[in-house]
Design a protein around this ligand. Structure first.
Ligand code: IMP
Length: 205
Protein backbone atom coordinates (compact mmCIF):
# COMPACT_ATOMS: atom_id res chain seq x y z
CA UNK A 1 0.00 0.00 0.00
CA UNK A 2 1.18 3.46 -0.91
CA UNK A 3 0.01 6.72 0.61
CA UNK A 4 0.63 9.89 -1.37
CA UNK A 5 0.27 12.92 0.88
CA UNK A 6 -0.43 16.09 -1.06
CA UNK A 7 2.05 18.34 0.71
CA UNK A 8 5.53 19.64 0.20
CA UNK A 9 5.92 20.31 3.93
CA UNK A 10 8.72 18.09 5.31
CA UNK A 11 7.48 18.48 8.90
CA UNK A 12 4.04 17.16 8.00
CA UNK A 13 5.53 14.18 6.12
CA UNK A 14 7.70 13.31 9.13
CA UNK A 15 4.67 13.37 11.44
CA UNK A 16 2.56 11.32 9.00
CA UNK A 17 5.28 8.68 8.56
CA UNK A 18 5.62 8.42 12.32
CA UNK A 19 1.88 7.91 12.90
CA UNK A 20 1.36 5.54 9.96
CA UNK A 21 4.55 3.56 10.66
CA UNK A 22 2.68 0.54 12.10
CA UNK A 23 0.47 0.18 8.98
CA UNK A 24 3.35 -0.89 6.74
CA UNK A 25 2.19 1.64 4.13
CA UNK A 26 4.87 3.61 2.32
CA UNK A 27 4.33 7.37 2.52
CA UNK A 28 5.31 9.65 -0.36
CA UNK A 29 5.25 13.43 -0.61
CA UNK A 30 4.48 15.28 -3.85
CA UNK A 31 8.19 16.04 -4.14
CA UNK A 32 9.04 12.32 -3.93
CA UNK A 33 6.87 11.78 -7.03
CA UNK A 34 7.88 15.02 -8.80
CA UNK A 35 4.27 16.20 -8.68
CA UNK A 36 3.07 19.73 -8.02
CA UNK A 37 -0.27 21.03 -6.73
CA UNK A 38 -1.60 24.13 -8.46
CA UNK A 39 -5.31 24.13 -7.59
CA UNK A 40 -6.53 27.20 -5.76
CA UNK A 41 -7.71 26.49 -2.20
CA UNK A 42 -10.77 28.70 -2.47
CA UNK A 43 -13.13 26.72 -0.23
CA UNK A 44 -14.84 28.33 2.73
CA UNK A 45 -14.22 25.36 5.02
CA UNK A 46 -11.28 23.07 5.78
CA UNK A 47 -12.99 19.99 4.31
CA UNK A 48 -13.50 21.63 0.91
CA UNK A 49 -9.88 22.77 0.73
CA UNK A 50 -8.53 19.37 1.79
CA UNK A 51 -10.70 17.78 -0.93
CA UNK A 52 -9.52 20.27 -3.59
CA UNK A 53 -5.89 19.28 -2.86
CA UNK A 54 -6.53 15.51 -2.65
CA UNK A 55 -8.75 15.48 -5.76
CA UNK A 56 -6.18 17.31 -7.89
CA UNK A 57 -3.49 14.74 -7.08
CA UNK A 58 -5.92 11.80 -7.37
CA UNK A 59 -6.86 12.96 -10.90
CA UNK A 60 -3.22 13.40 -11.91
CA UNK A 61 -2.20 9.93 -10.68
CA UNK A 62 -5.35 8.32 -12.09
CA UNK A 63 -4.74 9.77 -15.55
CA UNK A 64 -1.20 8.32 -15.39
CA UNK A 65 -2.61 4.92 -14.38
CA UNK A 66 -0.77 5.20 -11.05
CA UNK A 67 -3.58 4.78 -8.50
CA UNK A 68 -3.18 1.01 -7.99
CA UNK A 69 -2.87 0.15 -4.29
CA UNK A 70 -2.66 3.88 -3.58
CA UNK A 71 -4.49 6.29 -1.30
CA UNK A 72 -4.12 10.03 -1.83
CA UNK A 73 -4.43 12.21 1.27
CA UNK A 74 -4.42 15.95 1.82
CA UNK A 75 -4.95 18.10 4.86
CA UNK A 76 -6.08 21.62 5.48
CA UNK A 77 -5.65 23.30 8.81
CA UNK A 78 -5.80 26.64 10.53
CA UNK A 79 -6.27 28.65 13.68
CA UNK A 80 -9.85 29.65 14.56
CA UNK A 81 -10.12 32.45 17.14
CA UNK A 82 -13.51 32.80 18.86
CA UNK A 83 -13.20 36.56 19.44
CA UNK A 84 -12.48 37.07 15.71
CA UNK A 85 -15.51 35.06 14.59
CA UNK A 86 -13.37 32.03 13.71
CA UNK A 87 -10.75 33.96 11.74
CA UNK A 88 -8.11 33.54 10.40
CA UNK A 89 -9.54 29.98 9.96
CA UNK A 90 -9.20 28.80 6.35
CA UNK A 91 -7.21 31.99 5.67
CA UNK A 92 -4.53 31.17 8.29
CA UNK A 93 -1.68 30.72 5.82
CA UNK A 94 -2.73 33.81 3.80
CA UNK A 95 -3.54 36.07 6.78
CA UNK A 96 -1.68 39.40 6.24
CA UNK A 97 0.00 37.85 3.19
CA UNK A 98 1.47 34.41 2.59
CA UNK A 99 5.07 35.57 2.95
CA UNK A 100 4.61 37.81 5.98
CA UNK A 101 6.74 36.65 8.88
CA UNK A 102 4.80 34.93 11.67
CA UNK A 103 6.36 37.25 14.25
CA UNK A 104 4.38 40.04 12.52
CA UNK A 105 1.17 38.00 12.13
CA UNK A 106 1.34 36.85 15.76
CA UNK A 107 1.97 40.39 17.04
CA UNK A 108 -1.07 41.60 15.06
CA UNK A 109 -3.31 38.94 16.62
CA UNK A 110 -2.04 39.77 20.12
CA UNK A 111 -2.83 43.44 19.40
CA UNK A 112 -6.36 42.60 18.17
CA UNK A 113 -6.99 40.75 21.45
CA UNK A 114 -5.35 43.35 23.68
CA UNK A 115 -7.43 43.85 26.83
CA UNK A 116 -9.71 40.87 26.09
CA UNK A 117 -10.14 38.73 29.23
CA UNK A 118 -9.05 35.07 29.36
CA UNK A 119 -12.59 33.68 29.15
CA UNK A 120 -13.03 35.36 25.75
CA UNK A 121 -9.65 34.28 24.31
CA UNK A 122 -10.74 30.77 23.29
CA UNK A 123 -9.26 29.38 20.06
CA UNK A 124 -8.82 26.06 18.25
CA UNK A 125 -6.34 24.66 15.82
CA UNK A 126 -8.46 22.65 13.37
CA UNK A 127 -7.28 20.03 10.90
CA UNK A 128 -9.25 18.19 8.24
CA UNK A 129 -7.89 15.26 6.25
CA UNK A 130 -9.46 14.04 3.04
CA UNK A 131 -8.41 10.69 1.57
CA UNK A 132 -9.31 9.24 -1.83
CA UNK A 133 -8.77 5.54 -2.56
CA UNK A 134 -7.99 3.80 -5.85
CA UNK A 135 -11.71 3.55 -6.66
CA UNK A 136 -12.23 7.27 -6.20
CA UNK A 137 -14.03 6.80 -2.86
CA UNK A 138 -13.58 9.74 -0.49
CA UNK A 139 -13.03 9.55 3.29
CA UNK A 140 -13.01 12.53 5.66
CA UNK A 141 -11.91 13.20 9.23
CA UNK A 142 -11.64 16.44 11.20
CA UNK A 143 -10.43 17.22 14.70
CA UNK A 144 -9.14 20.11 16.74
CA UNK A 145 -6.78 21.12 19.52
CA UNK A 146 -8.56 23.52 21.87
CA UNK A 147 -6.73 26.28 23.71
CA UNK A 148 -6.61 30.05 23.97
CA UNK A 149 -4.69 33.00 22.62
CA UNK A 150 -1.79 33.81 24.94
CA UNK A 151 -1.09 37.32 26.25
CA UNK A 152 2.44 37.20 24.84
CA UNK A 153 4.41 35.17 22.34
CA UNK A 154 6.42 32.32 23.92
CA UNK A 155 8.53 29.39 22.68
CA UNK A 156 10.66 28.60 19.65
CA UNK A 157 9.36 25.12 18.80
CA UNK A 158 6.75 24.34 16.17
CA UNK A 159 5.82 26.87 13.49
CA UNK A 160 3.24 29.46 12.49
CA UNK A 161 0.89 30.49 15.28
CA UNK A 162 2.34 28.06 17.86
CA UNK A 163 4.02 30.76 20.04
CA UNK A 164 0.68 32.51 20.73
CA UNK A 165 -1.44 29.38 21.22
CA UNK A 166 -1.68 28.69 24.96
CA UNK A 167 -2.68 25.32 26.39
CA UNK A 168 -3.97 26.12 29.92
CA UNK A 169 -3.79 22.52 31.19
CA UNK A 170 -0.08 22.34 30.27
CA UNK A 171 0.75 25.93 31.26
CA UNK A 172 2.67 26.27 27.96
CA UNK A 173 2.18 27.56 24.46
CA UNK A 174 2.35 24.98 21.68
CA UNK A 175 5.57 26.78 20.71
CA UNK A 176 7.05 25.43 23.95
CA UNK A 177 6.21 21.76 23.23
CA UNK A 178 8.65 19.26 21.75
CA UNK A 179 7.58 17.71 18.44
CA UNK A 180 6.65 14.49 20.25
CA UNK A 181 4.59 16.31 22.92
CA UNK A 182 2.73 18.29 20.27
CA UNK A 183 2.03 15.31 17.99
CA UNK A 184 0.39 13.49 20.90
CA UNK A 185 -2.27 16.19 21.35
CA UNK A 186 -2.29 18.21 18.12
CA UNK A 187 -5.20 18.61 15.72
CA UNK A 188 -3.12 17.00 12.95
CA UNK A 189 -1.98 14.07 15.15
CA UNK A 190 -5.56 13.38 16.27
CA UNK A 191 -7.08 13.51 12.81
CA UNK A 192 -4.31 11.37 11.31
CA UNK A 193 -4.98 8.69 13.91
CA UNK A 194 -8.73 8.91 13.12
CA UNK A 195 -8.03 8.55 9.39
CA UNK A 196 -5.81 5.54 10.10
CA UNK A 197 -8.73 3.93 12.01
CA UNK A 198 -11.21 4.73 9.20
CA UNK A 199 -8.99 3.22 6.50
CA UNK A 200 -8.22 0.16 8.67
CA UNK A 201 -11.93 -0.44 9.30
CA UNK A 202 -12.51 -0.32 5.52
CA UNK A 203 -9.71 -2.89 5.04
CA UNK A 204 -7.67 -0.40 3.03
CA UNK A 205 -4.68 -0.19 5.41
P1 IMP B 1 -2.16 24.49 5.40
O1 IMP B 1 -0.76 23.96 5.34
O2 IMP B 1 -2.71 24.93 4.12
O3 IMP B 1 -3.05 23.53 6.12
O4 IMP B 1 -2.08 25.85 6.23
C1 IMP B 1 -2.19 25.82 7.57
C2 IMP B 1 -1.83 27.16 8.18
O5 IMP B 1 -2.51 27.20 9.44
C3 IMP B 1 -0.35 27.26 8.49
O6 IMP B 1 0.33 27.95 7.50
C4 IMP B 1 -0.36 28.00 9.82
O7 IMP B 1 -0.50 29.35 9.59
C5 IMP B 1 -1.64 27.52 10.48
N1 IMP B 1 -1.43 26.30 11.29
C6 IMP B 1 -2.00 25.09 11.08
N2 IMP B 1 -1.59 24.19 12.00
C7 IMP B 1 -0.73 24.85 12.79
C8 IMP B 1 0.05 24.44 13.92
O8 IMP B 1 0.06 23.28 14.35
N3 IMP B 1 0.82 25.39 14.47
C9 IMP B 1 0.86 26.66 14.02
N4 IMP B 1 0.18 27.11 12.97
C10 IMP B 1 -0.63 26.20 12.35
Amino acid sequence: MRIVFATGNAGKIREIKDILDDTGAEVFSLKDLSLTAEAEENGTDFGTNAFIKADEIYKKLNSLGQMNDTVVMADDSGLCIDHLGGEPGVHSARFMGHDTDYSIKNAAILAKLDGIPDEERGAQFVCHICAIDENGVRYDAEDEMPGMIAHESRGKEGFGYDPIFYLPELGKTSGELSEEEKNAISHRGKVLRSMKRILRDKGIL
